[in-house]
Design a protein around this ligand. Structure first.
Ligand code: 6PG
Length: 469
């Protein structure tokens, strides 16, 4: 028993993660039912004293140092429970299981409570960065037992992505804090992706940019304040030629987006908490609309679309950059707001500055903006919303007008910009001291005696509304 780290599930993510662990001076042992995957890992590891693997659970468990540190990288859902049940009889008190998948946070709470009774520590650790991240340095979001974290900390800090030398991993909080934070990370990811495609669509249809020009535009943006993983890969995607035809690959890809559920969970849970995240909500809805391809095709024949009024390229690009920057801020602001509220509701004791900090590198939503968000929370740890931060107010003030122009142009010219529009609505509503929802209160009291509060005195009021005027 002399291996430092164990990993169950040798798919692409698992294999890459274990090789990353080995690259950083730890010995690691893998386990998978598939003999081919076990063989492939041993071959790629090159030295079985450093990286070894077996299909047999007992051989695997017996090879690990105490307390055992076993990460599961298997698909979220029932299979996580099955793997845990298979391991349990072989484990010793004090051993640690880390679920590295996108498990739903209440599943993590259930598993943590169950394993605690058996003396086993359980971590839900969100891991972001895709296959490349797992291999070269992901952002890791662990939650669970604080005392057990000291055993996994050296390994996680070694394998995580580094931002100016600082590892993109931190103990985030008890129970499912890690999975929850990863879920909201993915919600923000959905928002940023939707916003990016809207700007791509706007520039293509309104300013008639070619793929080559779009590639150049995103590439240039990635050198400025919009610098981010998603903008970077968008520029690369736009340059890629198709192997099967003479076209650009992006134009040959079917416009039906798939989803595995984490964006939807973010939206659903935000509704449960009562925290508005409209940029994320619409991103989920747009994936759903995109999936209705056959219906969309029928409806397209039935309705005319307004003629698109062409725009000057240079001016459109300049405004699009501002609008995208504005809306990116709204997406992060909503996600962070949700985290702040969830922290209270579920007792996670989240440190939002720390979360922004570990998102600065490695993960899918990494962006130059996250360094600014980290600073904003460092200087004001109790910040309720990024929109209330002075440094962000300046960024927003100088870009919101461009967002207004794009949204109104989109509406007039029939180019859907719903993420941008919801971001703008969020901004306009969140920054309004008085909203017209007094009328809702009046209606509720009118038809259901639901009562209302007043602007000028304390208390709960009900009126016998005049029916006959
Ligand atoms: C990450 C990603 C990843 C997620 C994919 C796909 O942080 O590395 O968030 O965990 O699974 O992005 O998500 P969808 O299939 O829902 O788009």
């Amino acid at each position: 028993a002399n291996y430092d780290f164990g990993l169950v599930g040798l798919g692409v993510m698992g294999r890459n993660f274990i090789l990353n662990v080995a690259d950083n001076g730890f010995t690691a042992f893998g386990n998978d039912l598939d003999a081919k995957k076990v063989k492939a890992l041993i071959k790629e590891g090159g030295n079985t004293e450093k990286v070894n693997a077996s299909t047999d659970a007992k051989t695997f468990v017996d090879s690990l140092k105490l307390p055992r540190k076993i990460m599961l990288l298997v698909p979220a859902g029932k299979i996580v429970d099955t793997v845990i049940e298979n391991l349990l009889p072989l484990l010793k008190e004090g051993d640690i299981i880390i679920d590295g998948g996108n498990s739903f946070f209440t599943d993590t709470d259930r598993r943590e409570a169950y394993l605690k009774k058996k003396g086993i520590h359980f971590f839900g650790a969100g891991i972001s960065g895709g296959a490349k991240g797992a291999r070269l340095g992901p952002s890791i979001m662990p939650g669970g037992s604080r005392e057990a974290y000291q055993h996994v900390k050296p390994i996680f800090e070694a394998v995580a992505a580094k931002y100016k030398g600082e590892p993109c991993v931190a103990y985030l909080g008890p129970k499912s804090a890690g999975n929850y934070v990863k879920m909201v990370h993915n919600g923000i990811e959905y928002g940023l992706m939707q916003l990016t495609l809207e700007i791509y669509d706007f520039l293509k249809k309104a300013a008639k940019l070619s793929n080559a020009e779009l590639h150049q535009t995103f590439k240039k943006w990635n050198e400025g304040r919009l610098q981010s993983f998603l903008v970077e890969i968008t520029s690369k995607i736009l340059a890629q030629k198709d192997d099967l035809t003479d076209n650009h690959l992006v134009d040959m890809i079917l416009d039906k987006a798939k989803q595995k559920g984490t964006g939807k969970w973010t939206s659903q849970n935000a509704m449960d908490l009562g925290i508005p995240v409209p940029t994320i909500d619409i991103a989920v809805s747009m994936r759903e609309i995109s999936a209705l391809k056959a219906e969309r095709t029928k409806a397209d024949e039935l309705y005319d679309r307004p003629m698109v009024k062409p725009l000057d390229k240079k001016d459109a690009i300049e405004k699009a950059e501002k609008a995208l920057y504005f809306a990116f801020i709204m997406a992060y602001a909503q996600g962070m707001h949700q985290l702040a509220d969830a922290s209270e509701e579920y007792g996670y004791e989240l440190d939002l500055g720390e979360i922004a900090k570990i998102w600065r590198a490695g993960c899918i939503i990494r962006a130059a903006l996250l360094a600014d968000i980290t600073e904003a929370y460092r200087s004001e740890p109790r910040l309720q919303n990024l929109l209330l931060s002075k440094s962000f107010a300046e960024k927003i003030r100088s870009t919101v007008d461009a967002a207004r122009e794009l949204v109104s142009y989109g509406a007039t010219n029939g180019i859907p910009l719903p993420g941008l529009s919801n971001s703008l609505t969020y901004f306009d509503a969140y920054t309004s001291e008085r909203l017209p929802l007094n009328l809702i209160q009046a209606q509720r009291d009118y038809f259901g005696s639901h009562t209302y509060e007043r602007v000028d005195r304390e208390g709960i009021f009900h009126t016998n509304w005049h029916d006959n005027v």
